[in-house]
Design a protein around this ligand. Structure first.
Ligand code: GLN
Length: 302
């Protein structure tokens, strides 16, 4: 396994040159683009890693998996009345469908859907970003995880689209709390910094029927399957169909360059390489996951 990861790291590193680091969030624009890390965590409790797998990076939209987990623990009924489960062929920050579909975001991994989730969590937590951070600390076993305040502040300062999305939802009655507060909390949630190893370990419950390795129930088994289904249909945004076709695993990406994949009943893989393709997915990170799935012959269909 170790050899496999080293080989994959060498094979995909050059691909990073074809992508571009996210620059619309000021704190992400100067990240060193040549960094690459990968980690596999298994249900047996083993961790295999290569490259910069201990280096914390901005998890961005990968945080949406953990925020969704918290929301599903609260109230499935309210959640699914407010947020759909449909894939989208628009960009993650698009507002087009939101207007046409009367303020109900298509899924919790699009920015509007994630904002509705953050709004739901804000109704029950004075600082919902802390709830997401605590869950990640707990599941990763890394109590030192933090958010990068510079990244959070930088994103909030230019969060016009996310503010617009939240206002639009509010105009349709699908947003409860003050827009600015929730968007600020959402930016902090996205600015959590964690490494490939942290994220791979934290997501193990999704590969394990909803329970972590200490057999604590994080979600019901059915709910864990549903999170995976959404990762498969919407986790890499408008590339999700292509990703399901070429990789065949539930995957969630973030514009920090992280890619988190679940291999049911086996474990998780997290890769990281900052340069992104035009849809906002890490070029080398996604390719690395594709090679892991192919080499291990582990997809949800195999
Ligand atoms: N914080 C980012 C945003 O709201 C997250 C987007 C992403 O990672 N795809 O635009």
């Amino acid at each position: 396994m170790q050899n496999l990861l080293e080989r994959i790291a060498s094979a995909v590193r050059p691909l990073a040159r074809t992508g571009r680091v996210a620059s619309y969030i000021p704190g992400l624009a100067d990240v060193e683009p040549s960094q690459f890390g990968i980690a596999i965590a298994t249900l047996e409790g083993d961790i295999y890693a290569a490259g910069d797998s201990d280096q914390p990076f901005s998890i961005q939209s990968i945080s949406k998996v953990f925020a969704l987990t918290l929301a599903m623990r609260l109230k499935d009924d309210e959640l699914w009345a407010r947020v759909g489960r449909l894939p989208s062929s628009n960009q993650f920050n698009s507002l087009i469908e939101l207007e046409l579909e009367e303020g109900k975001p298509r899924n919790p991994f699009l920015n509007p859907g994630a904002l509705a989730v953050s709004d739901m969590l804000s109704s029950r937590n004075t600082q919902m970003e802390l709830a997401v951070l605590s869950l990640l600390r707990d599941l990763s076993g890394n109590a030192a995880l933090q958010y990068d305040l510079d990244v959070a502040r930088g994103e909030f300062a230019c969060a016009h689209r996310n503010l617009a999305a939240a206002h639009l939802m509010k105009s349709f009655g699908n947003f409860r709390n003050p827009v600015e507060d929730v968007v600020k909390a959402y930016c902090a949630q996205c600015a959590i910094a964690a490494s490939c190893k942290d994220l791979a370990v934290a997501a193990l419950f999704l590969a394990n029927g909803g329970a972590d390795l200490r057999m604590r129930k994080v979600l019901e088994a059915r709910q864990a399957q549903q999170v995976c289904a959404l990762m498969m249909s919407s986790g890499t945004y408008e590339a999700s169909g292509e990703t399901a076709f070429s990789i065949g695993l539930p995957i969630k990406s973030g514009v920090g360059g992280g890619v988190l994949a679940v291999i049911p009943r086996f474990g998780t893989v997290c890769s990281w390489s900052p340069p992104l393709d035009e849809k906002g997915n890490s070029v080398a990170g996604l390719k690395a996951i594709e090679l892991v799935a192919a080499e291990l012959d582990r997809t949800v269909f195999s």
